[in-house]
Design a protein around this ligand. Sequence first.
Ligand SMILES: C[S@@+](CC[C@H](N)C(=O)[O-])C[C@H]1O[C@@H](n2cnc3c(N)ncnc32)[C@H](O)[C@@H]1O
Length: 315
Amino acid sequence: MREREALVKQTDDDLQARWNHPRWWVERLQADHPLHWQQLLEVAQKPAPMTLRVNRLHHTVPAYQQQLASIGVGAQAVGAQGLQLTRAMPVHQLPGFSEGHVSVQDAAAQVAAPLLLQGMENAKPWRILDACAAPGGKTGHLLELYPNAHVLALDVDASRCERIHQNLQRLGLQAEVLAADAGQPAKWWDGQAFDAILLDAPCTASGIVRRHPDVRWLRRPTDSGQLAKTQTALLKALWPLLVPGGRLLYCTCSVFKAEGDETVQAFLQSNTNALLHPSPGHLIPGQVSIGLPVEDNPLGEHDGFYYALLEKRLG
Ligand SMILES: C[S@@+](CC[C@H](N)C(=O)[O-])C[C@H]1O[C@@H](n2cnc3c(N)ncnc32)[C@H](O)[C@@H]1O
């Protein structure tokens, strides 16, 4: 008791003890996000909210919010199609869940499909590649918005492809699902260019640590650099598959710059036919953040993500 003050100061001065994250992780956040690193670490200690994506083929957001209210469940509208629940609940208690009326998807993840497809006429049979698709959260969203699109959903992990099938079946939507390595198109591509590509690349998941609290302790300091190499290789392999004038949305659920801005800036330097559209960049978890038209589209309490929308120049 007599030494309490000194001992508390000692632990408070120790980054790992103070923030319950490995020291290297805290130092990386300090370097990457000098203004937001404390917020990032604070959010990582709290429970994540449960957010739904309302399937607009079935309901408007206010109509589903009303259905929830009628069974005593409070929810706040977030983003274009999201409802953040005041408390988490089992999915089978959600009205119409088995019939695909809603899906569970964080508000930041719900940014992907509309950002990739914005301005594309939605009746056309666009060819869309979802390159790292399992378990199919974003595949389902793409098809809810553009049911006439032909979506090829790839994942290198065959067992995870099964989850894409299950998700699409629940939503009553169809895609071509293939277990294949997106980094080796020669093995699966039929040579027809895609109008849009979603590359939701494998990453450290540093933006969703509150949903997977063990991730911070399982990762090694070198993982981010290794994954950045994989992400760069995937970008490089998929870019030639895009039609001139087409778009590729690169995203990760990481807040480390090595897997976001740095990967994309390096790609832009070596690919002069790539144009970076205004897009959110790094979404800092827990707040409405940087780059989004926040007044029109507040995301509420969301995960950490990175988004870069690239367009292939014509000619
Ligand atoms: C972030 S998750 C995708 C989440 C998914 N887009 C969603 O919204 O539900 C990344 C996925 O990439 C897959 N993956 C990793 N390397 C791959 C590769 N070379 N080719 C295709 N898929 C890959 C993993 O198996 C994993 O399912």
